[in-house]
Design a binder for this molecule. Structure first.
Ligand SMILES: [Zn+2]
Ligand SMILES: [Zn+2]
Ligand SMILES: [Zn+2]
Length: 428
């Protein structure tokens, strides 16, 4: 069977969109897509969410995963045979010791970008240009900039502190990282290593680009008020670590800003979890009724306990660039959704409704709580984060609604935008 969807140009205002090429039934997988490049978020790796350095597959067993999120090393999970993690297949780079889920991932990384990015014995050397780049990215992007957090939280050595923060506090301040400097580093390294450099430049140029003004807005949004100085610092460190004659354009102030904006607008959040895979496998077990009830009750309680300890930070998280998915426009009443059911970077686009051949396929950039809010509130989030105003059927139907939000809605806005965005992007 051919692909069930294709990208088409709609208009210069709307850009591209994704359209069904045949009738798709509700619940069907429209396509499965591999990213051209992806990377785990730095804060996520720093706080011991262990993932394959290439495909982001979670590396802990479901039981280890649950133990860490609960802060309880004595926890025992029933049905251990339903855990999909195969530690016997894990491999490390012999030079820098980063871990992969398999020999295939180690090889794929090495062939695409890891020769350029392997730190070798300099892995912990703070003077190495790549370490300096990551360090410059981190302070303002994970824990360092927030003065109201306890000082110990600024040290990655104490992930337990996460759980001592109230949920609302965590939502506000942790973690704002929604894209990664290492995604950009992998793009450069990919082209540096490639035999056919032009092919890769073309592949990356398919992602939507913005006007200079829009790029400025996106960078401001991602880096905060001191963005101009911050962007210039990152550019200098990026250049020191990765400069390449062939890509000299990407290292100029304008080129770097464009690259930054490209990753900021097209980066799709990826979330993986051994525990959630184990739960799905358990759900599919054919059990006698009593055992079924017992197992369901155990899992419900487990998630309640984990939420108390770790809040919403359950997954290995990162972001990636997907050629087809990035063409998928937003609707407040989407007919498709993305997920990562294979516990790695393979994105599944699944139909939420029957979709007819020729119909546009839309996902929602808002999470389900945000989608319930007024047209005004939804569009405020969409404009701030994605620079567009929605004209989906729901927004058109509500066009005559008063242009005000309730006090309650107004209060939450602004403070939680990053957390909401993060949340939306990483639903597993
Ligand atoms: Zn892998
Ligand atoms: Zn290495
Ligand atoms: Zn809408």
């Amino acid at each position: 069977a051919g692909a069930a969807a294709e990208a088409r140009f709609i208009s210069s205002a709307k850009g591209k969109g994704l359209f069904a090429t045949k009738n798709i039934r509700k619940g069907e997988t429209v396509f499965v897509e591999r990213p051209v490049v992806s990377s785990q978020f730095l804060w996520n790796a720093l706080y011991n969410y262990r993932a394959c350095d290439h495909c982001l597959r979670a590396l802990e067993t479901a039981e280890e995963n649950a133990q860490r999120l609960l802060g309880k090393s004595s926890l025992v999970l029933p049905h251990p045979e339903q855990c999909s993690i195969r530690k016997d297949l894990h491999q490390q780079c012999p030079r820098c010791q980063v871990t992969y889920c398999s020999a295939e991932c180690r090889q794929a990384a090495l062939e695409q970008y890891h020769q350029v990015l392997c730190l070798g014995p300099s892995r912990d050397d703070p003077a190495h240009p790549l370490n300096k780049l990551q360090e410059a990215w981190r302070p303002d992007h994970s824990y360092g900039s927030c003065l109201c957090l306890p000082p110990a939280f600024h040290s990655p050595a104490s992930p337990d502190l996460l759980s001592s923060l109230s949920e609302s506090h965590r939502n506000m301040h942790y973690p704002p990282e929604t894209s990664s400097i290492m995604l950009m580093a992998r793009m450069v390294a990919t082209i540096k290593q490639a035999k056919d450099k032009e092919w890769w430049v073309k592949a990356f140029s398919q992602f939507c680009s913005k006007t200079a003004n829009e790029e400025e807005e996106i960078v401001h949004k991602l880096l905060g008020d001191k963005f101009k100085g911050q962007l210039e610092l990152l550019r200098l460190l990026f250049t020191e670590a990765l400069y390449d004659e062939y890509l000299s354009r990407w290292f100029t102030p304008e080129g770097f800003r464009s690259l930054f904006a490209l990753v900021g607008t097209n980066g799709q959040g990826i979330g993986t979890s051994s525990l959630s895979q184990w739960v799905h496998a358990c759900d599919a077990l054919d059990l006698p009724m009593l055992q079924r009830e017992e197992l369901d009750a155990f899992i419900d309680q487990l998630y309640k306990d984990i939420e108390k300890e770790s809040g919403e930070f359950l997954n290995c998280e990162g972001s990636g660039l997907y050629v087809l998915q990035s063409c998928c426009n937003h609707s407040c009443i989407p007919n498709a959704e993305t997920s990562f059911p294979e516990n790695n970077f393979l994105l599944h686009l699944t139909a939420l409704e029957d979709i007819e051949a020729g119909e546009e396929i839309c996902i929602s950039y808002l999470d389900c709580c945000q989608r319930e809010r007024s047209r005004h509130s939804r569009n405020k989030i969409l404009r701030e984060n994605y620079l567009f105003t929605c004209s989906c059927p729901k927004c058109l139907a509500q066009a005559d609604d008063a242009d005000v939000t309730s006090d309650e809605e107004e209060e939450g806005e602004g403070e939680t935008d990053d957390a909401e965005l993060e949340d939306e992007m990483t639903d597993v």
